[in-house]
Design a protein around this ligand. Structure first.
Ligand code: COA
Length: 293
């Protein structure tokens, strides 16, 4: 099975101008690369302009596309508006916003300062709100239609999760924002969707979240029914489809791509997968014997 193949036809995003927040590295970079390969022009944003410039150069060389690096801390609305205006000045229009920038601290909540908690809420929830408002209001004011916003959430947006409470809280808000505006702003020709990715290893976030000593202890593949982590191209395929016109009737959806990870944690009897085959024989015999009494 070749799950790393590229899914859409070559010109699927031709003529589309896309903004990817946090596009300088990790999953944002992988999605940006595929959007460029599909013919889109892409602006990537983050706080670190040098990193963005390197990424933009690398991706332009690899794809032959146009990638614009724009410095922006999504926590600050004035910076987001300035970023939007810079992209508009270069591209002329923006069709798609991918709210991908995120931050996360894995820690017992009582060890987090109020400022640490705020930092994650500000990047994830406020940052997504800032970008959504800046582009959404602009699209409404200019009557520019056939636009869409794709938000990156997580499966613990609806289950919650210990040790990543600021992130869970913020992502739950992003999910609510996605579903609310999918209805409210549909009349302005906007679609809103989200992706909830499971484990897709990235250099920066994973090294930060799982330092070397913890990597062996927490083998993420064991939590996934399909027994593997995701490949970046699989996520890029889904993102490209959702932002493309092929998904014109998909609105307000959150698509989980996690190999079944969250459901494995949720199903009451899923732990039974650890029972070996021979023990099932014994259990069956025991239960049948009881039934005959
Ligand atoms: N655990 C707990 N608290 C932490 C922390 C950690 N690993 N790292 C920083 N903090 C605290 C700081 O002590 C500070 O609180 P204080 O002022 O009360 O001391 C607060 O969080 C803000 O820290 P600071 O370093 O000033 O934040 P920043 O705004 O410069 O950067 C991030 C925060 C999240 C952007 C940065 O850590 C980062 O770039 N992370 C990589 C992106 C990422 O996390 N990706 C994962 C995506 S899921």
């Amino acid at each position: 099975m070749n799950y790393t193949a590229k899914m859409l036809r070559d010109d699927a995003l031709k003529g589309k101008n896309i903004v990817v927040t946090g596009g300088g590295s990790g999953l944002g970079k992988s999605m940006t690369k595929y959007f460029l390969e599909l013919g889109a022009q892409v602006a990537i944003t983050s706080r670190n302009l040098d990193k963005l410039k390197n990424t933009a150069k690398e991706l332009e060389e690899a794809t032959g596309g146009t990638c614009l690096p724009v410095q922006c801390d999504v926590r600050h609305y004035d910076q987001v508006e300035a970023m939007r205006d810079q992209v508009l000045a270069s591209f002329g229009s923006v069709d798609i916003l991918l709210n991908n920038a995120a931050g996360n601290f894995i820690a017992p909540t009582e060890r987090l300062s109020a400022n640490a908690f705020d930092t994650i809420i500000d990047i994830v929830l406020k940052g997504t709100k800032n970008c959504t408002l800046a582009f959404g209001k602009y699209w409404i004011d200019t009557k520019y239609t056939n636009t869409n916003v794709l938000n990156i959430v997580t499966t613990y947006a609806w289950t919650g999760s210990s040790y990543v409470v600021p992130s869970a809280t913020a992502k739950a808000g992003v999910l609510a924002l996605t579903r609310s505006l999918a209805v409210e702003w549909a009349k302005y020709g906007m679609r809103f969707n989200a992706i909830a990715p499971g484990p897709f290893p990235t250099k920066g976030a994973w090294d930060r979240l799982f330092p070397e000593e913890l990597k062996d202890k927490f083998d993420m593949t064991k939590q996934v029914p399909l027994r593997r982590v995701g490949d970046h191209q699989e996520l890029a395929n889904l993102a490209a489809y959702l932002v493309s016109d092929f998904a014109a009737y998909v609105n307000g959806e959150v698509v989980t791509i996690d190999g079944g990870e969250w459901l494995q944690g949720a199903g009451q009897f899923n732990l039974f997968q650890d029972i070996p085959e021979h023990m099932w024989d014994q259990l069956e015999a025991m239960i049948k014997a009881k039934g005959k009494k």
